[in-house]
Design a protein around this ligand. Structure first.
Ligand SMILES: [Zn+2]
Length: 80
């Protein structure tokens, strides 16, 4: 009977662990890249008028000057 020694067990462990680490790394990288939005524009939003990608924090479009209004809820609860 041949009993595997600790060195052989370590080698077998490495052979089994290396592909597992690679697969997990690839899956994590794919999930991380998908969760970013999957676009080169990042967080930019297109201007409704000229289509230029504008930062959502911009007050107005730097190209055409259109005011970039963030969707604000209409005033409610002020009617008698
Ligand atoms: Zn614009």
């Amino acid at each position: 009977m041949l009993m595997p020694g600790p060195l052989e067990l370590a080698i077998i462990g490495l052979i089994l662990a290396v592909p597992l680490v690679v697969v997990v790394g690839v899956v994590v990288a794919v999930v991380a890249s998908r969760s970013r939005g999957g676009g080169p524009a990042g967080n930019l939003i297109p201007c409704p008028d000229c289509g230029r990608m504008v930062s959502p924090h911009a007050v107005q479009c730097p190209q055409c000057g259109r005011p970039m209004q963030v969707s604000s809820p209409p005033p409610v609860g002020d009617s008698p």
